[in-house]
Design a protein around this ligand. Structure first.
Ligand code: ATP
Ligand code: MG
Length: 423
């Protein structure tokens, strides 16, 4: 057996305690925000049948072609994939459990997603998303609600400098007409296509419009526009979304080249983008996916959703000088002596009964070295118990952020500490 130290998989990060405190703070804010709009939590497995993502996301997409962690279960040969996104699983769960039977559902989930991409700043192989899905809603009001909620979250988090881009992808018939025209157009300019575009010409020509190759930009800019094919109903839907955004004074830009990397989208799509994170500037993205329920073999249902990348949002907060919130701790309990050690354990439990966060010193050592640890902790006070105090049923209460230490009867400790914590 090798003695080499093992490392985490490339692109998959440990989130260490200092950093995790920011995550916890963020998750608290997000949860309160989601509840304020009536969204309810759902939790799906991290592993799903590979076929789910192929059917939902589309065979000719970056995710399915080259980013999925897929493998055959060694025990029974089942083809499985670590989820690269949450919408497919969420819709699968809604169908499997008949969630839309009585009423549409506003749902959210949070967790790890896996994509085999080249790791770089803001792009990891295990990353985390908050996903928000409104299932069973057809109207433009829900599309707008989702965008408005994002705007509110940015305000709550104190994030500025994220710009909203929106577009409409229309419905199936218009997209089909557009697709035919695109194929004909790119066929006429075959010699100007790069290898990626050639491969997609017949399988997924819409994705050619998403090309980042500078040499193709001119060709892409002059390609037939989906906007010219859109039917009245889809245009009215899009106009209604815009009207609501304007009423709420949410600024947006219409980006007709916004097509999104997953096949299931139709009508409204949107992205929130910042210029402050380099190339990985999209912090949140989503749109409508009215066809997905049918595509997964279920009773058709309209739906809309979005996902935000937690790593990118936290990076943006750090760019803005956001510091790690302090470790949450009220009391560091210092104790030395045979009787004191016994009493300290009991006192710590009593303080916790009173709702306080208590770190009971473990591992022995003198008062001096224990007090050093208390000073270095984030506690707002130290409670010190020696054998003399223990015999008298008392403790020394020492505020750690300024103030005189006092001798307090054990029974009065919780009240005195609560006063200190409030300061
Ligand atoms: P990109 O164009 O940056 O690859 P995407 O369109 O593939 O993003 P979505 O599938 O829409 O991303 O996922 C929603 C959000 O999840 C993104 O806007 C981003 O914030 C985040 N995200 C996607 N892929 C990654 C990744 N590999 N690492 C970190 N965050 C990611
Ligand atoms: Mg991507």
């Amino acid at each position: 057996m090798s003695n080499e130290t093992l490392q985490a998989v490339r692109g998959m990060n440990d989130i260490l305690p200092d950093e995790a405190e920011l995550w916890l703070w963020f998750e608290d804010v997000v949860r309160a925000w989601l509840e304020s709009y009536g969204y309810r939590n759902i939790r799906m497995p991290l592993l799903e049948p590979t076929a789910l993502f192929k059917r939902a996301i589309g065979e000719v997409t970056d995710i399915v072609e080259k980013e999925m962690y897929s493998f055959a279960d060694e025990l029974n040969g089942d083809l499985l994939t670590l989820r690269p996104e949450g919408t497919a699983s969420c819709v699968r769960a809604a169908l499997q459990h008949n969630l839309l039977y009585n009423a549409p559902q506003r749902l959210y989930y949070s967790g790890a997603m896996f994509r085999h991409e080249r790791p770089q700043k803001g792009r990891y192989r295990q990353f985390h998303q908050i996903g928000v899905e409104a299932l069973g809603f057809a109207g433009p009001d829900i599309d707008a609600e989702m965008i408005l909620m994002c705007a509110r979250l940015w305000r709550k988090l104190g994030i500025r400098d994220v710009a909203l881009q929106i577009n409409t992808l229309g419905d199936t018939a218009a997209r089909h007409r557009h697709r035919e025209k695109l194929i004909a157009y790119f066929e006429r300019h075959k010699d100007a296509l790069d290898a990626d575009a050639m491969r997609r010409l017949h399988s997924n020509p819409l994705r050619i419009l998403d090309s980042k190759n500078p040499a193709m930009q001119e060709l892409v800019a002059a390609a037939p526009k989906l906007m010219d094919e859109l039917e009245d109903e889809a245009l009215q839907h899009f106009a209604a979304v815009q009207a609501i955004l304007k009423r709420h004074e949410v600024a947006f830009e219409i980006n007709t080249r916004l097509v999104r990397g997953l096949d299931y989208y139709n009508r409204t799509v949107f992205e929130w983008v910042t210029t402050r994170l380099g190339a990985q500037g999209t912090v949140c993205a989503g749109g409508r996916f009215d066809g997905l329920f049918g595509q997964l073999g279920g009773k058709p249902a309209p739906a809309c959703g979005f996902a935000m990348g937690i790593e990118r949002l936290l990076a943006l907060l750090r760019e803005d000088g956001m510091e790690n919130p302090p470790a949450p701790l009220d009391v560091y309990l210092v104790h030395q002596g045979e009787l004191a050690d016994k009493l300290a354990g009991v006192a710590a439990e009593q303080l916790r009964d009173a709702g306080l966060r208590v770190l009971l010193h473990c591992g022995g050592g003198g008062f001096k070295s224990q007090m050093k640890k208390a000073d270095a902790s984030n506690a707002c006070c130290a409670v010190i118990i020696g054998d003399d105090e223990a015999r008298a049923g008392q403790a020394t209460l020492k505020p750690l952020r300024g103030g005189e230490q006092v001798c307090v009867a054990l029974g009065e400790l919780p009240g005195r500490i609560h006063e200190l914590v409030k300061q």
